[in-house]
Design a protein around this ligand. Structure first.
Ligand SMILES: C[S@@+](CC[C@H](N)C(=O)[O-])C[C@H]1O[C@@H](n2cnc3c(N)ncnc32)[C@H](O)[C@@H]1O
Length: 301
């Protein structure tokens, strides 16, 4: 995942270019690694038993959308929305292969003209941290939600709580000083690391009953995929192709060694420190964000 991209135009370029292609190519690996998060969202949908269509925001190559569609069965309706052409094309091909009733929209969820009050639940696995105007985006999703619909998404906590995620860039930075820096709160992987900011965004965009809980999730990937993983994804993946042959080899060796603590035989293991975020589209009066922050504060996290 990438962090250091400020505007929707940049996100559009990123996810329709290098990052989008890398996610398509690594689809099976990423889906395997992030399967536990898919399971958590499917469980949440199963528990909520929402009436009406479900929306999966920033659905990428569609794994979560398809899993929810499988849960709901033939009559279930699940729609994925994503800004990336290559990722939506992959999602549609997967849906066709498994004759899934899931459907996919290629559009910017921040501004897309959804039919008002059309979704009974809105979910996302790591797909909502990339908006350049998050309040506008979540207000748009709020308008698309039916009364009482649940919002449920998973986002990353801080980089320091997720050292696996930053191992590659830290190890490569002496060789590649132009590696994109992570900017706190900027659109990207760690944009929602600060849960107080997430509260404010959701309350300012009209969601209620905001509930943010830390989850620590064990993830694995095969050791034989590790080099492919760090050379193609994240900030390192976006610039490594600029390095010449010998420099590239030096970076790969150094970064691979830096990952040693996570390697256990044929498996790479790490803990993903994330937030499980819930909210509701109830008709209750919107509270001023400062009051809400005081009342709910860090204690409920
Ligand atoms: C980290 S990926 C997660 C993909 C998918 N949810 C998964 O877990 O495999 C983030 C996704 O958000 C999408 N995205 C970024 N900005 C978006 C926007 N404004 N509207 C819709 N999708 C967006 C990207 O194209 C990308 O597919």
């Amino acid at each position: 995942m990438n962090a250091a991209h400020q505007t929707d135009d940049e996100q559009m370029t990123l996810w329709n270019g290098l990052a989008g292609r890398a996610w398509v190519e690594a689809q099976a690996l990423l889906d395997q690694t992030f399967q536990p998060f898919e399971d958590l969202l499917v469980e949440a949908v199963s528990a909520a038993r929402p009436a009406g269509r479900i929306l999966d925001v920033g659905c990428g190559t569609g794994s979560t959308t398809l899993a929810v569609a499988r849960l709901l069965g033939a009559k279930g309706r699940c729609t994925g929305i994503d800004i990336s052409d290559p990722m939506i094309a992959t999602a549609r091909a997967r849906a066709e292969r498994e004759t899934s009733p899931a459907s996919f929209i290629r559009a910017n969820a921040q501004i897309h003209a959804f039919a008002p009050a059309s979704f009974g639940m809105i979910i996302s696995r790591f797909g909502v941290m990339f908006f350049d105007h998050p309040v506008r985006a979540f207000a748009n999703l709020r308008r698309a939600a039916r009364e009482n619909a649940e919002l449920r998404f998973i986002a990353w906590r801080t980089p320091s709580e997720n050292p696996f995620m930053t191992t590659a860039e830290r190890a490569a930075s002496p060789f590649l000083p132009n590696i994109p820096a992570r900017r706190p709160d900027a659109p990207g992987q760690f944009a929602f690391a600060d849960h107080r900011r997430v509260y404010r965004i959701l309350e300012d965009s009209g969601w209620t009953e905001v509930d943010i809980r830390p989850i620590d999730v064990a993830c694995t990937l095969p050791e034989k995929e590790l080099v492919h993983y760090f050379t193609n994804l994240g900030p390192l993946g976006t610039i490594l192709h600029e390095a010449d042959g010998p420099a590239r080899m030096r970076v790969i060796e150094t970064v691979r060694t830096a990952f040693d603590p996570y390697v256990h035989g044929e498996q790479v293991r790490f803990t993903a420190a994330c937030w499980m975020v819930g909210a509701r589209a109830s008709m209750g009066a919107k509270q001023p964000p400062c009051q809400a922050a005081k009342r709910r504060g860090a204690d409920s996290v």
